[in-house]
Write a protein that binds this ligand. Structure first.
Ligand code: UDP
Ligand code: MG
Length: 334
């Protein structure tokens, strides 16, 4: 019998948090009273995380571990976790206790009321600076305007996803995994609950610098909209029309009024401006081209180094989706 609930936990160098997380999560889930499993995905940790996780599978049959052959990133770890989870509801959650496991009970209540996706939304972002909050608010407004998918602003990976939606997510094999968009894409009925994000359990900092956030923001746009690619037709038309009008004006000025053609500075600035525009448009085409290149190679999303605790798991074979299949192929080739 597959369990009712599956926690999916990406783990990268979390040896100081695993014990605390397991204690808190097991306590919170036992209080709910449904059967559950905890699926850890070790994302190529370089510390003792994997050893601790494997040890946990021997003392608790509800703990399962998938380990990657190297670090593939949190989004990919989540994809593997979703493919390996067998519960009727799956809950991705961070290992550093920034996502309080006690909230799962509320999520389950909303799910029982009929929601297929229960978002845990951060009620305040007061721990972040004002410019950062404003930028992120603005960004999500632009993103929603550019895409047809309704991507909620303050919801992260911490959420409950029903089996129906998980099965759809498992069929999304894309390599650029902008998770907020991917979660929103299938649709279905969504409910929200609010929570206050906690500090990291081990007091460590976030691994997100400015440049990484910038790439993340662009990734969202390029993965879910083709507007940046198409807008150049109109930019080009506008420029062409503008320069034609300017040409007419210049001809009239010279023929009728005998005005000298104004010189070098204006020519140079116009030249530089339009060169800039065409380089930007090339760059944007490059972004899409690079994505096509990465998708078209069709490599598996991740390489599994080992699995523990899945012996009695009947639904694993039944897990659908292109990358689950690709995964099985990689395993048999190995
Ligand atoms: N994580 C991962 N692979 C990575 C980086 C992070 O699996 O390459 C995991 C990490 O162990 C944690 C979760 O993703 O469970 C969130 O990571 P972190 O706390 O660094 O991110 P933040 O809280 O700033 O979003
Ligand atoms: Mg964290």
């Amino acid at each position: 019998m597959p369990p009712v609930l599956s926690l999916v936990v990406p783990v990268y160098n979390e040896e100081r948090n695993i014990h605390a997380f397991l204690t808190a999560a097991t306590r919170a889930l036992e209080a709910i009273g449904e059967s559950f499993e905890i699926v850890f995905v070790d994302d190529g940790s370089k510390d003792g995380s994997l050893g601790l996780l494997v040890a946990a599978t021997t003392t608790d049959a509800r703990v399962r571990v998938v380990s990657f052959a190297r670090n593939f990133g949190k989004e990919t770890a989540l994809a593997a976790g979703l493919a390996h989870a067998s519960g009727d509801a799956v809950i991705p959650i961070d290992c550093d206790l920034q996502h309080p496991p006690e909230l799962v009970a509320q999520m389950v209540a909303e799910w029982r009321k009929g929601a297929d996706m229960v978002l845990a939304v951060r009620s305040s972002r007061s721990e972040e600076s004002w410019p950062r909050r404003t930028a992120s608010g603005l960004y999500y407004r632009v993103l929603r305007w550019l895409t047809s998918v309704d991507i909620p602003a303050h919801a992260g990976d911490f959420r409950l996803i029903s089996r129906k939606v998980v099965d759809v997510l498992n069929q999304m094999p894309e390599r650029h995994r902008f998770m907020k968009g991917i979660y929103a894409w299938p649709g279905f009925k969504t409910a929200t609950i609010e929570f206050q994000a906690a500090q990291r359990n081990d007091g460590g900092g976030s691994k997100w610098g400015f440049f990484k956030l910038w790439r993340f923001a662009l990734d969202g746009i390029f993965s879910f909209s083709t507007m940046p690619l198409k807008v150049w037709t109109y930019v080009g038309l506008l420029c062409a029309a503008g320069s034609f009008v300017y040409l007419l004006i210049t001809i009239i000025q010279v023929l009728w009024f005998g005005v000298d053609v104004p010189g070098y500075a204006s020519v140079l600035s116009v030249l530089l401006f339009f060169n800039g525009l065409s380089i930007i448009s090339n760059g944007i085409q490059g972004e899409y081209l690079a994505r096509i290149f990465e998708e078209v190679k069709g490599r598996p999303l991740y390489v599994v180094g080992g699995r523990w605790g899945f012996e009695n798991n009947k639904r694993l074979e039944a897990v659908g989706g292109a990358h689950a299949q690709a995964q099985a192929d990689t395993d048999s080739a190995a």
